[in-house]
Write a protein that binds this ligand. Structure first.
Ligand SMILES: NC(=O)c1ccc[n+]([C@@H]2O[C@H](COP(=O)([O-])OP(=O)(O)OC[C@H]3O[C@@H](n4cnc5c(N)ncnc54)[C@H](OP(=O)(O)O)[C@@H]3O)[C@@H](O)[C@H]2O)c1
Length: 240
């Protein structure tokens, strides 16, 4: 049990899946949830990046959201895995920068696929597992990190803003659909965070952002919100 969080959701004996568990936020969230008692399954995009998975994972998995076969393979494995599945945390994502007129359709489609369509497809396939968890009173939750861009647009980031806004809207609809079956949906909206994400842009070059929040602070707010059974995490909740 982790003493840093005031608990409402009990993670002991729960199994959570963290997509993008190699990333700055994903690895810290996976570790925080493991410290709170969960068995954590975490995904890496490649065998090479799997070296960045945290040691706290119960199981390491491969998932490339740009590869339809990879998404289907993981969905089938998790759908058929006999153990319960109680949470899906999507901490995977990519960013690209450029004006509307300079951004190609291929680049915009890549962001839409990785940030919205592929995780939406995977989560959709896992809804029956989450409904089983709910039926057993295990308090299941789906967590997105769409960020402040789903509240507010930024120039030079139209493709990223569009992909994240699409996913935020999809999560809102999912929350409505799953309310009766008692599957919680939580979408976190942190602002700029010093994870190095913008330096890994898949196209374009990041503008000079003002100093962002630390990954540790953003993780603490997200994990506390998961444990506190919350259903919204707007950007102002991350302001220290
Ligand atoms: N940093 C910020 O300012 C900020 C603010 C708001 C929201 N967010 C969101 O928070 C999430 C985590 O971002 P971060 O800052 O922690 O960035 P990060 O350290 O770069 O992590 C990105 C993660 O996404 C995974 N990923 C990338 N492409 C993938 C693909 N095709 N298939 C599967 N996984 C893939 C990476 O996996 P590999 O390492 O295996 O390649 C990595 O685990 C993202 O969705 C991001 O948009 C970030």
């Amino acid at each position: 049990m982790n003493e840093r969080y005031s608990l409402a959701m009990d993670l002991n004996d729960k199994t959570v899946l963290v997509l993008g568990a190699t990333g700055a936020l994903g690895s810290l969230i996976a570790t925080g949830l493991a410290q709170a008692g969960a068995a954590v399954l975490g995904t890496a995009r490649t065998n090479d990046s799997a070296a960045h998975l945290p040691a706290s994972l119960t199981q390491s998995l491969l998932l490339d959201l740009e590869d339809a076969t990879s998404v289907q393979t993981l969905a089938t494995y998790l759908a058929e895995r006999p153990e319960p599945l109680d949470a899906v945390i999507n901490a995977a994502g990519i960013v690209g920068f450029g004006t509307v007129e300079s951004t190609t359709l291929a680049d915009a489609a890549r962001l839409m696929r990785v940030n919205h369509l592929a995780p939406a497809e995977l989560i959709s396939r896992l809804v029956p597992r989450l409904a089983e968890s709910a039926a057993a009173d295990r308090q299941p939750v789906v967590v997105g990190i769409t960020g402040i861009v789903s509240e507010q647009a930024f120039a030079g980031m139209a493709a990223y803003v569009a992909s994240k806004t699409a996913h935020a809207a999809w999560l809102r609809a999912l929350a409505l659909e799953l309310r009766r079956s008692k599957v919680r949906v939580l979408d976190a909206h942190p602002g700029h965070t010093e994870t190095g994400l913008s330096s890994r842009a898949v196209f374009g070059v990041a503008p000079n952002f003002p100093a962002g929040m630390t990954a540790e602070h953003v993780t603490q707010v997200i994990v506390a919100s998961i444990l506190a059974d919350e259903t919204a995490l707007p950007s102002d909740r991350f302001v220290a």
